[in-house]
Ligand binder design. Structure first.
Ligand SMILES: Nc1ncnc2c1ncn2[C@@H]1O[C@H](COP(=O)(O)OP(=O)(O)OP(=O)(O)O)[C@@H](O)[C@H]1O
Ligand SMILES: Cc1cn([C@H]2C[C@H](O)[C@@H](COP(=O)(O)O)O2)c(=O)[nH]c1=O
Length: 203
């Protein structure tokens, strides 16, 4: 089963993902950007305010392709629960926002289309819902994506993704205290894993 955590910068994904590691010691915990040289290239781009958005998309997508073949697919093949801090929806939401002022028409559909041929969509996605102002303040507004106006575009892309696939997403109110958010995420993960195994048993 593939579970992903998504949301704006500073929404608390990593805080929740770290807490889950104690509860699910046998699960495979992973993240995007990864720690490989592909991920390092992505992080280098994040630190540069003057990159080409299409080049960024393909850098992030290369990191995802490597992540899929090296970590996600093997762990799923072993029957593991995989919990990823950011995954495909980050590209759909962020790169579609950064491509908005380019020659690419319908960026969100374009980015999804690139992934369609090769990716493995998540079984469920927890969306940590926080407003762009809170997100930017928590994240520290240190890179080009952590600006309120940009995060507002990203947020509206996430909302489009949720509208398109409401059955895949679980929204968690991430404006609450860290303890309350962690509790809500842990309850949600427990429910999703139980439901997934229930579905397996029905097959
Ligand atoms: N519910 C919360 N309330 C207040 N502060 C929080 C909350 N959750 C996390 N934080 C703080 O906000 C900052 C960002 O948290 P965290 O790294 O978990 O977010 P994130 O969604 O993973 O961000 P990014 O996508 O930028 O990596 C950290 O300093 C963290 O301690
Ligand atoms: C996977 C991925 C990430 N991003 C952006 C989102 C954040 O601003 C940074 C780094 O993420 P982190 O959670 O702070 O480590 O990268 C993106 O734009 N597209 C993606 O596919």
């Amino acid at each position: 089963m593939l579970l992903t955590l998504e949301g704006l910068d500073g929404s608390g994904k990593t805080t929740a993902w770290e807490a889950l590691q104690a509860t699910y010691p046998d699960a495979t915990f992973t993240h995007e950007p990864t720690d490989t040289w592909y991920g390092e290239a992505v992080r280098r781009s994040l630190g540069d305010d003057d990159t080409d958005p299409l080049s960024d998309l393909f850098l992030f997508t290369a990191d995802h392709a490597d992540h899929l073949s090296r970590v996600v697919r093997p762990a799923l093949a072993d029957g593991d629960v995989v919990i990823s801090d950011r995954y495909t929806d980050s590209r759909y939401a962020y790169q579609a926002a950064s491509l908005a002022d380019t020659e690419i028409r319908r960026p969100l559909e374009y980015v999804r289309g690139i992934h369609g041929a090769f990716t493995r969509e998540p079984d469920a996605t927890i969306y940590l819902d926080v407003d762009p102002e809170t997100a930017a303040a928590r994240a520290g507004a240190t890179d080009k994506f952590e600006r309120v106006s940009f995060l507002a575009e990203v947020q509206s892309n996430y909302e489009r993704l949720i509208d398109a696939e409401p059955e895949r997403f679980v929204r968690v109110d991430a404006s609450r205290s860290p303890e309350e958010v962690i509790d809500a995420v842990e309850d949600t993960v427990e429910r999703l894993i139980d439901a997934f195994h229930g579905d397996d048993a029905d097959d």
